[in-house]
Design a protein around this ligand. Structure first.
Ligand SMILES: [Mg+2]
Length: 296
């Protein structure tokens, strides 16, 4: 366990700043190397993503272990994974993904999940596929062999059908301006269309919940830095910085896809010059490696 206060902590969205939105894997080798280096410099690093544990295991943790993360973690480095927007979490250990924990209280009922799986199979299989690796939320994704435009055309009718199925199952839900409460008057679920998926999830799952989970882990495993950076490509990623700011930490958020609109916040928002997506993520990590190795 580290005993000195780290110079920096990182909460990183995966799709966008780390993994290429096109290949859905880490396409820039320096990102892997710099994450290992920063971890070795004592920087606690958490991945806070909507992705599943199996995706992070294969596309993030595996390459990091191959690049020498194991000995760095054995020497006191700290790394953590929060998946499904806070519904699933695990420490990253010398062996890879550690014990996986699931927030079962927030998960969709099994019969609804099965109904969605069948709906995709029967009516939307040409453009979408059901992500069978999720535990707490449902994601139906664009097939990688299908043009994005074809997925975008089918997305609204699938989202509407998924909403209708929630209502049919007696589950309170919201989708855009449509809100239907359950028999207790509650609205526990929502439909969230993203660039490459339609998610059905608890309204309590979001990036601030993921940030809280990650910080809680780091606080239990040694000193925690006062200085933090959060990085993401969606507006919801700002919630990680919102949480740290509200908790009294010094934070800036790095927005690697500012075309969505940069939000006004009580903390600094960094927009990299001329670089977006994982190219901006790679620049960000390289800059911090340089900064911390110069001063160290
Ligand atoms: Mg993202």
């Amino acid at each position: 366990m580290p005993t000195t206060i780290p110079p920096l902590g990182l909460l990183l969205d995966v799709d966008g700043p780390i993994a290429s939105p096109v290949s859905r894997s880490i396409a820039i080798p320096s990102i892997i190397d710099d994450l290992v280096t920063l971890c070795g410099l004592g920087v606690p690093i958490a991945f806070v993503t909507g992705r599943s544990e199996s995706f992070i295991r294969e596309h993030v943790v595996g390459p990091l272990i191959d690049a020498g993360l194991g000995p760095v973690l054995a020497g006191g480095g700290r790394m953590f994974g929060v998946c499904e927007k806070g519904g699933v979490w695990f420490p990253i250990t010398e062996q890879g993904v550690g014990t996986v924990e699931i927030d079962h209280a927030l998960a969709l009922p099994q019969d609804y999940t099965e109904a969605i799986r069948q709906l995709v199979h029967s009516s939307f299989a040409e453009t979408m596929e059901f992500d069978g690796t999720k535990y707490a939320m449902i994601s139906v994704e664009q097939r990688t062999d299908v043009e994005h435009e074809a997925f975008v055309r089918a997305q609204p009718s699938f989202a509407a059908a998924a909403f209708d199925l929630l209502v049919d199952h007696g589950l309170g839900a919201r989708f855009n301006d449509r809100v239907v409460a359950d028999s207790d008057g509650h609205v526990p679920f929502r439909i969230d269309p993203t660039i490459i998926s339609i998610d059905v999830e608890s309204v309590l799952l979001d990036k601030d919940r993921g940030a809280e989970r990650a910080l809680g882990y780091f606080l239990g495993h040694g000193p925690v830095p006062t200085l933090w950076r959060t990085v993401g490509d969606s507006r919801s990623d700002y919630l990680m910085a919102d949480f740290l700011h509200d908790a009294g930490y010094e934070v800036a958020h790095v927005d690697v896809r500012p075309s969505d609109g940069v939000l006004q916040k009580p903390y600094p928002v960094v927009v990299p010059d001329d670089l977006i997506h994982d190219h901006a993520g790679a620049w960000f990590l390289r800059q911090w490696v340089a900064k911390l190795t110069e001063s160290g």
